[in-house]
Design a protein around this ligand. Structure first.
Ligand SMILES: Cc1cc2nc3c(=O)[nH]c(=O)nc-3n(C[C@H](O)[C@H](O)[C@H](O)COP(=O)(O)OP(=O)(O)OC[C@H]3O[C@@H](n4cnc5c(N)ncnc54)[C@H](O)[C@@H]3O)c2cc1C
Length: 430
């Protein structure tokens, strides 16, 4: 079977246009051997490979396109604590694992801050992420956020902003208030992913680009096959997320690709920046289907949202997203739009990352339901733990069980689209 055999360069995003390093790792050719072979060089794959390399494993990282080519190099760059579905895991176990779940929630942020510093990665990392209420009813949620932080003695600063403060600091009347957390933040995701891959490479990880994996021969030492070579390893980690078509017998209809889209304006004048975001924070609304925005390092407004669950991309991303941006910032109606791009997030029905094993030694970890910049980093660590035999956190996810929709992936996407229509309507109602 030929899968994912269309090798591609980066999509034409703002990130690709402002990248620090254009990667050019070799194509996988001939026979290679490693302790662990990781498939997919997005955040999940790179974080897994880097953690394993830090622990002394020999690792091969095989990417079909380029490092960070998938969602990891295209996303909103919002560093958000937590892992989708974590609350369901906590509830299943009762109070016993509360502290472990709380630690998991923030571990991804810690890993990002540590690695950026340790490896000197230039990725415009800034602290401050604001959740804004689009409806008065959402303002009440801020008290819950505070209560949870106080319960666990959360050491990081946060603030609640009133409607007036939010309007003054964001230059828009669109919101009813905000909750800002200073342990969350924003960054240039492609530069982070490429910087982490460089750190892994410097620790000995062999990275192969433009090398789509066509199949796996399972066995004592599974063989990861590409058109021109293979890697044999003691363990394999599949980290292809929404772009993966691998192992359909086990993994099809588990993670559903949904499109999310971003536009980038021309660099804004100092006056406009002072009006719409003088504190330079990342912003995301509290709806089920979110809109999110922030300023780039060169002061473009990067505005994203409008998830498309049907699997079909809009004819024009700009026409799709611009009205949403102008709804928040009508004063930007004359700015030029320099970039428009999209990517695929991996939706899981119960919203819990799909983590598990096909056979004893082939692992998979995918499906962050659009909330993966920080979550992928902790999951990379969880996968590395599992390979080393420490199963505690891995088992929390692997034991959750996932429902696979019957029928084709296309049918599954239409069912998800219908479900999300309900949430979109709910978001619109007060
Ligand atoms: C537009 C957009 C905006 C988003 N905004 C945010 C945000 O602001 N904050 C947030 O937390 N999350 C956000 N997300 C989600 C986040 O980006 C993802 O959850 C995360 O990047 C997933 O990382 P990953 O490594 O699992 O998958 P990906 O980054 O998609 O990487 C998978 C990689 O596997 C490779 N691959 C697949 N199959 C094969 C194969 N057969 N052989 C070899 N390689 C293969 C692909 O080429 C790809 O490079 C957003 C996503 C999108 C699309």
């Amino acid at each position: 079977m030929r899968i994912n055999d269309q090798k591609q360069e980066h999509t034409s995003s703002y990130y690709a246009a402002s990248v620090n390093e254009v990667t050019d790792y070799p194509v996988l050719e001939g026979a290679k051997s490693a302790d662990v072979c990781v498939v997919g060089a997005g955040f999940t794959g790179v974080a897994t490979a880097l953690t394993l390399a830090e622990r002394g494993y020999s690792v091969a990282l095989v990417e079909g396109n380029r490092v960070g080519w998938g969602a990891s190099g295209r996303n909103g760059g919002q560093v958000i604590n937590g892992i989708s579905g974590l609350e369901k895991i906590r509830k299943k176990h009762g109070g016993r694992i509360d502290q472990m779940v709380w630690d998991l929630k923030w571990r991804g942020n810690d890993i990002i801050y540590d690695r950026v510093e340790k490896y000197g990665i230039q990725c415009d990392l800034k602290s401050g992420w604001l959740e804004v209420a689009t409806k008065p009813s959402q303002v009440a949620w801020f008290d819950d956020f505070v209560e949870e932080r106080e319960k666990y003695n959360h050491p990081y600063k946060y603030e609640i902003w009133s409607k007036e403060e939010t309007r003054d600091r964001l230059g828009t009347d669109a919101f009813h208030g905000g909750f800002i957390c200073f342990r969350d933040g924003q960054l240039h995701p492609l530069n982070l992913c490429i910087g982490e891959a460089r750190a892994a490479h410097n620790l000995g990880v062999r990275i192969f680009e433009q090398s789509p994996v066509t199949g796996i021969e399972h066995g004592e030492r599974p063989r990861v096959q590409t058109a021109s070579g293979y890697v044999e390893a003691d363990a394999v980690v599949l980290a292809g997320n929404a772009y993966s078509l691998m192992e359909p017998k086990h993994l099809s209809n588990l993670v559903f690709p949904a499109g999310s889209y971003i536009i980038g304006t021309e660099p804004l004048s100092e006056d406009v920046v002072n009006e719409i975001n003088p504190r330079d924070i990342a912003v995301c609304d509290l709806n089920e289907v979110v809109d999110y925005f922030r300023l780039s390092a060169d002061k473009r407004l990067l505005y994203g949202g409008a998830c498309n669950y049907s699997g079909r991309d809009p004819a024009s991303i700009k026409s799709y997203i611009l009205p949403r941006m102008l709804n928040v910032y009508p004063q930007l109606k004359d700015v030029r739009i320099d970039f428009e791009w999209g990517g695929k997030i991996g939706i899981v029905l119960n919203r819990i990352p799909a983590v598990g094993r096909i056979n004893r030694n082939v692992y998979y970890c995918q499906g962050y339901s659009g909330h993966g910049v920080a979550a992928t980093h902790v999951m990379g660590e969880v996968m590395a733990d599992a390979i080393g035999g420490t199963m505690e956190r891995y088992d929390l996810f692997a034991d959750m069980g996932h429902f696979r929709l019957p029928g084709s992936q296309w049918v599954g996407n239409q069912i998800i689209a219908l479900g999300m229509l309900f949430y979109k309507m709910k978001d619109k109602l007060g």
